[in-house]
Design a binder for this molecule. Structure first.
Ligand SMILES: Cc1ncc(COP(=O)(O)O)c(C=O)c1O
Length: 444
């Protein structure tokens, strides 16, 4: 319970906190909604208004808000050991247990080792750094460049921001990391090439190959992408895209980094987004669903191939001089172990796949009925509804169009928390809800 009254919370709202992704002035004029309580799939604001959480916290509360097993694991860990570090020379049982469990879970993907951090941006920067270090250990120190996709989102550290593919996240913080280049994303609804998904997958893969060749392959460290783009508007690539990307990376010796911060741990209906495409990456960025958002945690998972020169190469150059005080925080690791147990025991990816089919079918119905809906896309329980000013021409709404704000407010009033990113309504439900409705229970 807050020590502030509801009135005090409202008065102080957005006065002292600089909120991410918001202009301080705008946040003061249009204060954010104050969410005070959560249970299952439901949230309550400070006035007691109940809403269904359509955003999974922020793509992360994948198991909802009331999993007692996770809460109990957190409390038990606080009693046993609330903190210890894992810097050279020390570690703790939960870090060992979690690294073992994750590597077992990801063994089919080829993962043998994992580096812990505190969130998705950390996991991305860890991946970029390990990729550069890998090439130095391999004796190819010129391989320092990164290629990524337009519309991609990889967090907000300088590394992640540099490979981000949206101007909005970059403009105010430039100059960013040198050596980062962007190619077109296979976005069927908006591209200048074709409306044929297979052709588009091939064209965009060709663009990646051309960029690698243009940069000179012996200077390119890695290509990084999300298996399904999340924040950029839930852009699902055509099925041939990732397999082609894997082939191209192999052809030129470029590492493939899968940013699975959103797609990991079941959201797409598969345990990992790369499995959706039948592709193995070399490095994976993990966060969010790893602990169902209960306690911040990130991880960079690494394949045997990437580990090889660390194990056999120069011991000084091979030291991992990258890490965070709170990486593998014991309480976060305990929350994660409890989360992973539930994900496997309850076949959360399978449920997300089944419930996702129903969810997407209903969204498509909705799309057919509304003139503002230009496109409905998604997979599993991640979905995007692109709102347009004109369905025929696909003209987007201008930035800040009142229609967009109105959709958001009306949804809120009617009991649904949704997220707007530009003209896209982004939905990332808890990974288990409709099955309960089918069995006659309300979605808790
Ligand atoms: C694909 C992807 N990568 C990285 C991040 C950054 O994660 P965090 O906000 O935990 O730093 C996000 C956050 O939404 C993300 O969607």
């Amino acid at each position: 319970m807050s020590k502030f009254s509801a009135a005090e919370l409202k008065t102080e709202n957005a006065v002292h906190q600089l909120q991410p992704m918001a202009h301080p002035g705008t946040a003061r004029d249009l204060p954010p909604d104050i969410i005070a309580r959560g249970e299952g799939s439901w949230i309550w604001d400070v006035d007691g208004h109940r809403l269904i959480d359509g955003v999974g916290g922020l793509w992360c509360a994948n198991l909802g808000f009331s999993r007692k097993e996770i809460r109990d694991a957190i409390v038990a860990q606080l009693d046993e050991l609330p903190f210890f570090n894992t810097f050279r020379g020390a570690t703790h049982p939960r870090a060992i247990e979690l690294s073992t469990r994750l590597c077992k879970m990801m063994a089919p993907d080829g993962v043998t080792s994992v580096h812990f951090s505190s969130g998705g941006s950390d996991a991305v920067d860890g991946a970029l750094k390990l990729a550069r270090q890998y090439w130095k250990l391999r004796g190819q120190a010129d391989r320092v460049k990164f290629i990524s996709l337009r519309q991609g989102y990889h967090g907000t550290h300088f590394g992640g921001a540099s490979v981000n593919g949206n101007t909005g996240f970059r403009r105010a913080y430039e100059p960013l990391l040198p050596g980062c280049f962007h190619v077109d994303t296979p976005w069927l609804y908006r591209n200048p090439y074709t409306q044929d998904p297979q052709k588009l997958g091939q064209i965009c893969a060709d663009l990646l190959e051309r960029e690698i060749v243009f940069q000179s392959p012996d200077t390119v460290a890695a290509f990084i992408a999300e298996p399904v783009q999340g924040a950029g508007g839930v852009i699902v690539p055509p099925p041939n895209y990732w397999p082609l990307v894997r082939q191209i990376c192999d052809k030129y010796g470029v590492l493939l980094i899968a940013d699975e911060v959103v797609t990991g741990f079941g959201r797409t209906g598969h345990l990992f987004g790369t499995r959706l495409w039948g592709v193995k990456a070399d490095i994976w960025c993990l966060a969010k669903g790893i602990s169902s958002g209960y306690i911040p945690l990130g991880a960079t998972a690494v394949s045997a191939k990437v580990m090889e020169p660390f194990n056999s190469g120069d011991p000084v150059l091979g030291s991992i001089m990258h890490g965070y005080t709170y990486g593998a925080h014991p309480v976060a690791a305990a929350a994660s172990l409890a989360t992973l147990e539930i994900i496997e025991r309850e076949d959360i990816p399978g449920r997300a796949a089944r419930e996702g089919e129903y969810f997407m079918a209903r969204l498509h119905d909705l799309g057919r009925r509304h003139r503002l809906v230009g496109d409905v896309r998604g997979v599993g329980l991640m979905a995007g509804i692109e709102l347009v000013a004109d369905q025929g021409t696909r003209a987007p709404f201008p930035r800040g169009a009142p229609e967009l704000a109105r959709v958001h407010r009306e949804a809120y009033k009617r009991g649904a928390m949704i997220r707007l990113s530009g003209g896209n309504i982004i939905l990332s439900r808890r990974l288990m809800c409709y099955a309960m409705r089918w069995t006659g229970h309300s979605p808790r």
